[in-house]
Design a protein around this ligand. Structure first.
Ligand SMILES: C[C@@](CO)(OP(=O)(O)O)[C@H](O)COP(=O)(O)OP(=O)(O)OC[C@H]1O[C@@H](n2ccc(N)nc2=O)[C@H](O)[C@@H]1O
Ligand SMILES: Nc1ncnc2c1ncn2[C@@H]1O[C@H](COP(=O)(O)OP(=O)(O)O)[C@@H](O)[C@H]1O
Length: 285
């Protein structure tokens, strides 16, 4: 066990700067090509060591039953895998919209695995943690690896890229979009060819966007409204939409004018996940 027994860490949002769907596999999952970046904005998880094996979650757990909560599932998975005698009390402050395409649940799970690996003194490497994370969701490994990346496979084959720092205004149109519903829909475009050569020279779109706009007119409205400021895009399977700028002031201007029916936030991008940066500061310095 490590001597740090009580601390808080961010579970940052991600954006899919593009998302291509190349094929559907026999197991129902889809082959993707997607560009992930992290944002300096997210949920906060507070961890407190317990000397018995108990795992408890408090705070903004909404109406998610404990056994479905990705934080609980991540803690239990790591406890079982590592056979540690320790437990944990975790408190969640939720800022990321659920089912918003910014990866809140996956990021909560990844931060839990990364933080408990440190606090319980397990010393598991990121490859092992990524494999454990993949059992919880296709999006978890990128948060474990913690570097902006192009992902292939179902999202778990990661090739690090270095992106310029940008500012984003991310808007949640108050709609929950179910990832499973989009991926099982017959009208989803699933045949985008793999990118050959340099990805920066291709048209980088989100293949889920046309379907989500059709199913969810509020997403279409949001994308249209954002177009007044900059080219707008949807992240993941929605419902959040975003615009990209070089400066914070430009992104803040969009947020300041946002219609009251929608919520949003402004954040800068980061090549290294802020969860990794914070954990390094807590445990390794
Ligand atoms: C689409 C993406 C893009 O980043 O993001 P979100 O919009 O959900 O944030 C992710 O791949 C989502 O990852 P995650 O939310 O962890 O997915 P999972 O829990 O593993 O799967 C949710 C549902 O999506 C389907 N799914 C997921 C990933 C994938 N490559 N192909 C799929 O068909 C699964 O079959 C499942 O029914
Ligand atoms: N700790 C958690 N935070 C958010 N969602 C969670 C959590 N645990 C389980 N879930 C479930 O995961 C689903 C997807 O959540 P989330 O990751 O926020 O969306 P998305 O994958 O669209 O970004 C939610 O609808 C919820 O039912």
């Amino acid at each position: 066990m490590n001597s740090t027994t009580s601390f808080s860490v961010i579970a940052p949002a991600k954006l899919n700067l593009f998302l291509h769907i190349n094929a559907r596999r026999d197991d129902g999952y889809h082959e993707l090509e997607t560009l992930f970046t992290f944002l300096n904005f997210g949920d906060t998880l507070h961890f407190e060591l317990t000397n018995d094996a108990s795992i408890s979650i408090t705070g903004d757990t909404k109406d998610i039953p404990l056994s479905d909560n990705l934080i609980y599932k991540a803690a239990l998975l790591l406890q079982t895998y590592s056979k540690t005698p320790y437990g944990v009390k975790i408190n969640l402050t939720k800022r990321l919209p659920m089912g918003g395409g910014v990866g809140g649940g996956s990021s909560d799970a990844a931060t839990t695995l990364l933080a408990l690996n440190k606090m319980w003194g397990l010393d598991l490497n990121l490859t092992i943690l990524g494999k454990l994370g993949l059992q919880l969701g296709a999006d978890v490994p990128v948060f474990i690896q913690g570097q902006s990346a192009i992902a292939h496979g179902i999202g778990e084959q990661l090739h690090h890229v270095t992106l310029e720092k940008k500012w984003y205004c991310v808007v949640h149109p108050n709609q929950h979009v179910s990832t499973a519903k989009i991926f099982t829909h017959p009208d989803l475009k699933r045949d985008t060819p793999k990118i050959i050569g340099n990805w920066e020279q291709h048209s980088l779109t989100n293949d889920c966007e046309p379907l989500v706009k059709k199913l969810c007119p509020e997403v279409e409205k949001t994308l249209q409204w954002l177009l007044k400021y900059a080219p707008s895009k949807m992240t993941g399977t929605g419902s959040c939409c975003f615009v990209e700028f070089a400066s914070q002031v430009q992104a803040q201007d969009v947020l300041d004018n946002l219609p009251h029916t929608w919520q949003g936030f402004v954040a800068s991008s980061a090549n290294v996940s802020p969860a990794h940066t914070e954990l390094t500061a807590i445990f390794d310095q």
